[in-house]
Design a protein around this ligand. Structure first.
Ligand code: SAJ
Length: 468
């Protein structure tokens, strides 16, 4: 077990914590650095360095604000003219960034946005924060990263640091970015610098944000790591240095594969408990009283979001190219993707218990976002559940204050106001995502029949609520 070493570096905003996640403390001597290294480090230390961020989304914009808060000038690059215009007006389109935060930074000219990527030659650090989705074939869609690379390469110059933050498979930085950038004739570690540092943004999380979430960094060379550490040290409290970009790439995939597999285990516990006639949530809550060696995950309607269902496939794709077929990732995917159908089966059982069928029933869906208290519909299991119920002849309505309108397959639906009559008239109310703005007391009191996919009705023992 390699000891964790901590080295404290004082900085104006208090004590920065730097951890080495391995004993490979990459030592840099003054002899081993180039003029480009020294000039960039000097610009960072003097806060003259300008940070360019490609992709001003839920990762890029909060990162821009953190640097700007520390007096670093930031240029946001985005292909969306609408985003560029909104940003330059100080208008935020990201849930976690308020206008009170953004507008002053724009007014002080600490943040500006542009769609002119030629401007990349004028920044010192380039952070790539673009999406890494999956193709329909579940293979990595690298098109956004490749587009960012091609935007950078023509303008890459001596003294620049490029940091990839987008979640991707191990090897991306050194097998794709590095050769393309060295084709320009520049040498990594001497002329330009390159690192990977995974984004760890959790939209809607009121406790952890870009500044206080530890930042993992893996540079191609020690000089690359040092410079990446120097710029992040300006805005982020804790840095975790690892020995390579591939290690840093894998850290992020392991974090999210860990979640997907454990959520899959919790979901399979729900399927087994249904067969056993045991309350799965009681079992998990009791197991969670073990003060060591256990971490609770909970069954749900399925795996939504743009991270957890996606990231493990980047890992399995890469390993398959190395003739290794990961087992747990595939198993978790099978179980997690079966949960929407399991919810529909529970709805069928609940209606049957009241001599009804799904066909012709009025079914009200509560909560369509992929997790509580956010509006994100990406990969939301609610979409599958609604589709399956419609296919079986149900008349669907929904309530979700975070999603006043949603497109289900080929037609738009509007969120219904949550009234007693709406609940009374439903043959079955399905709690798919339990936003905190919905009163469970009211739901239980006014609904004739409930299927609860979130254990939201925990503690209500009446017989008209079925849990998954
Ligand atoms: N879910 C369950 N059971 C659980 C936990 C989650 O069914 O016990 C479901 C959720 O309802 C959702 C999906 O899994 O549909 C993913 O939920 P999540 O809590 O993992 O939330 P995400 O997708 O927003 O994941 C993000 C990730 N953040 C980053 O990648 C930077 C993840 O690493 C975080 O751990 C997670 O937020 C978090 O903890 O909130």
């Amino acid at each position: 077990m390699q000891a964790i070493m901590s080295r404290f570096l004082s900085c104006p905003m208090g004590t920065l914590r730097i951890k080495y996640a391995s004993m490979t403390n990459q030592v840099i001597t003054e002899k081993s650095v180039s003029e480009s290294f020294l000039s960039l480090r000097s610009r960072i230390n003097s806060r003259e360095a300008v940070v360019g961020i490609i992709g001003m989304g839920y990762v890029g914009l909060p990162l821009a604000c953190e640097f700007a808060h520390e007096g670093i000038s930031v240029v946001g690059f985005d292909v969306s003219e609408e985003k560029v215009s909104k940003l330059n007006n100080g208008t935020s389109y990201i849930q976690d960034i308020t206008e009170d935060t953004l507008k002053p930074l724009v007014d002080q000219k600490l943040i500006r946005a542009t769609s002119d990527f030629a401007d990349l030659k004028n920044v010192d650090i380039i952070s790539i924060c673009v999406p890494t989705p999956l193709r329909k074939t579940k293979d990595p869609d690298m098109s956004y990263i490749l587009s960012a690379i091609e935007s950078i390469a023509p303008h890459l110059r001596k003294g620049q640091l490029v940091i990839l933050e987008s979640t991707t498979y191990p090897g991306t930085t050194e097998e794709i970015l590095l050769p393309r950038f060295e084709e320009t004739g520049l040498k990594v570690g001497e002329d330009f610098f390159l690192a990977f540092s995974p984004e760890r943004v959790d939209p809607g999380n009121s406790t952890f944000n870009t500044k206080n979430t530890p930042k993992v960094i893996g540079g191609v060379t020690p000089q690359c790591s040092e410079l990446a550490q120097s710029i992040y040290a300006v805005a982020i409290d804790t840095l975790v240095l690892v020995s390579s970009p591939s290690s840093a790439e894998l850290v992020k995939l392991y974090e999210n594969t860990f979640r997907a597999v454990n959520i899959g285990m919790a979901n399979e516990m729900a399927l087994m408990c249904h067969k056993l006639g045991i309350d799965v949530f009681e079992v998990i809550d009791a197991a969670a009283t073990k003060p060591f060696g256990f971490m609770p995950f909970y069954p749900g309607p399925g795996l939504g979001g743009h991270c957890i269902p996606i990231d493990p496939h980047y890992l399995s794709w890469k390993l398959k190219t190395l003739n290794y077929d990961p087992k747990f990732i595939g198993l978790a995917e099978q179980i997690n993707s079966s949960m929407p159908n399991h919810v529909v089966n529970r709805v069928n059982e609940a209606l049957n218990a009241h001599q009804k069928s799904i066909n012709g029933s009025k079914i009200l869906i509560l909560g369509v976002a992929y997790k509580p208290n956010i509006n994100d519909l990406r990969e939301s299991p609610a979409l599958d559940i609604i589709g399956f119920l419609q296919d079986k002849g149900a008349e669907i309505s929904y309530h979700d204050s975070y999603n006043p309108v949603m497109k289900i397959r080929d037609f738009e639906k509007k969120s219904k106001p949550l009234t007693s009559s709406l609940l009374n008239e439903a043959d079955c109310v399905v709690i798919v995502t339990n936003h905190k703005d919905v009163s469970i007391d009211f739901i239980v009191k006014e609904s004739p029949l409930i299927v609860d996919a979130r254990n939201a009705t925990k503690g209500y023992t009446d017989s008209h609520s079925f849990r998954i």
